[in-house]
Design a protein around this ligand. Structure first.
Ligand SMILES: Nc1ncnc2c1ncn2[C@@H]1O[C@H](COP(=O)(O)OP(=O)(O)OP(=O)(O)O)[C@@H](O)[C@H]1O
Ligand SMILES: [Mg+2]
Length: 370
C-alpha cells in the first residue's frame, strides 16, 4: 500500500518534445486515480515514468516514502498492465501467472498459493491449464491482470488495458476492475482516453491536455465544475454545448447575446460578469440543461430559439440536434417530446448548472452559486 507523489515532473523527449510538463499530482494510498485526455496528451509518458520505463527529465516521484527516480523498475514494488498484454503463447495460464514469481525465485508452494488466489479473484480458476490462444479477449485480459496481482504490488498501473476489447466486454471488465480495486484495496493509476471509463471508474480523475494537467477532481466535481472549456467539453457525452456571444448592457442589467437568442444575466452573477460587458464570452450548457423536462419546469427560464436539424431517439430519451443560425447544439429531451426535423423550437435553459468561459484563457468564470 502506498501513496504516489509526482512533484514538478517533466518529460522532455529528444527533439525537445515536452510530453509531460510540471506534473504535480498526489495519488493517495488506496486511491483509484484515472489519467484521461486525448491522444498524445502525455498520459502514458506520465505512467511510464512512475513505472520506471521512462526516465524522468525533471522533478521527483515518490512511492510510499521512497524517492524512486533512480530505482530500477523491478524494485519499485508496482505492477503494470498494458493494452497489449502479450501473454506467453506457449505457456499455460498457470505458468503465465507463475512466471514472474519464478523469475524472482519465490518458493513453489508460495507461487502456487498466489496463483490460485489470483485465479479465484479473477474467476479464471477453471482456465489454468489452457493456453492463451484458447481464451477469449476478456479472459486473456484477466490473465494479464492476474500476472500483476500475484506480485502483490503496493500500486497497480494500467495503461488502456481495455482498449482491445469489444464494447460489451469493456463495460464488463470496467466493472470487474472496479470490484478488484475494492477487493485488493490497493492504489491504482489507470490511463484511458475514454471519458466514460474515467467517470465510472475513478475515485478522482486527472484531465490532461498537451502534457499539462487541466484539473484533478472527483468525477461529479469535474462534471459540475469544470475548470476550463477543455474539461467542460471533454467530460460528458454528448458534450457540453458552447455558444459564442458577448455580454451587452441592457436596462441597467447585463444580457448574454448570442445573436440568435439572448439570456438575461441573473442578478447574483452581474458582478462577476461585469468585466465582460461589451466583450466576447462563451456560454456553456449541457444537453440535459437545454430543452429537457427539468429545464422546461423552471418558471421564467430563459429560452433558446433554434431549428431542429437531426433527431436521434435513444429509447429512454431523445438527442435533438439543433441550430440557432449560428451555433449547433444538442438537447437531451424527454423521449415523448415531439420534435421534427425543420421545426422551430423555443427551448428552456436551466441556468443553475450553466457556465461562462473566458474566450482568451478558456477558463471558467467563477460565479456565485447557491
Ligand atoms: N519515445 C518518444 N520520443 C519522442 N516523442 C515521444 C516518445 N514517446 C512519446 N512521445 C510524444 O510524447 C507525447 C505524449 O505521448 P504519450 O504516449 O504519453 O501520449 P498518450 O496521452 O499516452 O496518448 P495515447 O492516448 O495516444 O496513448 C506525444 O506527442 C508523443 O508523440
Ligand atoms: Mg498512451
Amino acid at each position: 500500500m502506498a501513496k504516489v507523489l509526482l512533484d514538478d515532473v517533466w518529460k522532455i523527449y529528444p527533439g525537445n518534445v515536452e510530453a509531460a510538463k510540471e506534473i504535480n499530482l498526489e495519488i493517495k494510498d488506496h486511491e483509484f486515480m484515472v489519467l484521461v485526455g486525448p491522444s498524445g496528451c502525455g498520459k502514458s509518458t506520465t505512467l511510464r515514468m512512475v513505472a520506471g520505463l521512462e526516465e524522468i527529465s525533471r522533478g521527483t516521484i515518490t512511492i510510499g516514502d521512497r524517492v524512486i527516480n533512480d530505482v530500477p523498475p523491478k524494485d519499485r514494488d508496482i505492477a503494470m498492465v498494458f493494452q497489449n498484454y502479450a501473454l506467453y503463447p506457449h505457456m499455460t495460464v498457470y505458468n503465465n501467472l507463475a512466471f514472474g514469481l519464478k523469475l524472482r525465485k519465490y518458493k513453489k508452494a508460495e507461487i502456487d498459493k498466489r496463483v490460485r488466489e489470483a485465479a479465484d479473484i479473477l474467476d479464471i480458476a477453471e482456465l489454468l491449464e489452457r493456453r492463451p490462444k484458447a481464451l477469449s479477449g476478456g479472459q486473456r485480459q484477466r490473465v494479464a491482470v492476474g500476472r500483476a496481482i500475484v506480485r502483490k504490488p503496493s500500486a497497480f498501473l494500467f495503461d488502456e488495458p481495455l482498449s482491445n476489447l469489444d464494447a460489451k466486454m469493456r463495460v464488463q471488465m470496467r466493472v470487474e476492475i472496479g470490484r478488484l480495486h475494492h477487493q485488493l484495496d490497493t492504489t491504482m493509476i489507470y490511463v484511458t482516453h475514454d471519458q466514460t471509463e474515467a467517470m465510472t471508474m475513478g475515485d478522482r480523475i486527472t484531465v490532461m491536455k498537451d502534457g499539462l494537467i487541466q484539473q484533478v477532481a472527483e468525477p461529479t466535481v469535474l462534471y459540475d465544475n469544470p475548470a476550463n472549456r477543455f474539461v467542460a467539453g471533454f467530460i460528458g457525452t454528448p458534450p457540453m454545448n458552447f455558444y459564442e456571444g458577448h455580454i451587452a448592457r441592457e436596462n441597467g442589467g447585463l444580457v448574454f447575446n448570442e445573436g440568435g437568442f439572448a439570456i438575461p444575466v441573473p442578478t447574483q452573477w452581474q458582478d462577476a460578469l461585469g468585466a465582460y460587458a461589451d466583450k466576447p464570452i462563451v456560454f456553456g450548457a449541457r444537453p440535459e440543461d437545454v430543452g429537457s423536462a427539468q429545464a422546461e419546469q423552471v418558471e421564467g427560464a430563459p429560452r433558446i430559439r433554434a431549428k431542429v436539424d437531426v433527431v436521434e431517439p435513444m429509447g429512454s430519451e431523445t438527442y435533438c440536434h439543433l441550430n440557432t443560425g449560428k451555433t449547433t447544439f444538442i438537447s437531451r429531451m424527454d423521449a415523448h417530446r415531439e420534435c421534427a426535423v425543420g421545426e422551430e423550437m423555443d427551448l428552456a435553459v436551466y441556468l443553475g448548472k450553466s457556465h461562462f468561459f473566458d474566450p482568451e484563457t478558456d477558463k471558467t468564470v467563477d460565479l456565485p452559486r447557491d
